[in-house]
Design a protein around this ligand. Sequence first.
Ligand code: AP5
Length: 212
Amino acid sequence: MKLILLGAPGAGKGTQAELLSRQLGIPTISTGNILREAIRNQTPTGLKAKALMDAGQLVPDEVILGIVAERLSREDCQNGYILDGAVRTIGQAEALENMGIHMDAVVSIEVDDAVIEARMTGRRVCPKCGASYHIVANPPKTADICDVCGEGLVIRKDDAPETVRQRLSVYHEQTEALKGFYEKLGKLKLVEGNQPIEDANRDILAALGVQA
Ligand code: AP5
């Protein structure tokens, strides 16, 4: 299964990708997490991406395509993968098609902007493994500690309310059009994201025709 998760910032792409990765037995590729790791390691890519990410802007297509092509060439992607936020412009989607990388399905998690803004204020993330939590909807077992790797959780810099509004407007201007692109290819599945995590997950599995 080669799957893209689309959706506004905070729609729940990372949360659902983590669940689906376990359920489908395929890896998740999150360009956001890869870029944040590059920033922590102060690589040339990280240095290029930092100011753009902090401002809620997209990183250039060629940087993203390089990251995605390298990651997809690894052994663990042979049986499929989940692209979490890894395709955000028509240019990126066309480039993947031209590289012969065709998806089986593209799930768009549909969430109202007002719900997004409320969700982001409660998000906490693990700076080490990238796991994402919410202080009410999806709390870690021990407050402020990552369930997966035990690292202390942090608030993402780009979750400041002003930056979230900027990211939402970038989503509407540059990413939302991907729904039309993949609809024309017969790949698009819309899933209601204004509902609890487990319910959204059940609906995604149903849309993919996978038994829970
Ligand atoms: P990225 O890290 O991908 O950020 P994003 O798309 O803005 O998405 P988020 O990670 O903020 O949200 P999410 O949808 O994963 O939601 P989550 O599951 O965490 O990208 C960051 C930046 O990197 C971009 O702004 C850009 O600069 C750059 N970048 C990355 N990829 C790029 C690309 N392809 N091209 C160009 N630039 C790129 O959930 C959010 C919160 O809500 C959590 O607290 C969670 O617990 C909670 N939650 C989730 N689902 C529910 C639910 N159903 N009910 C209640 N709470 C929920």
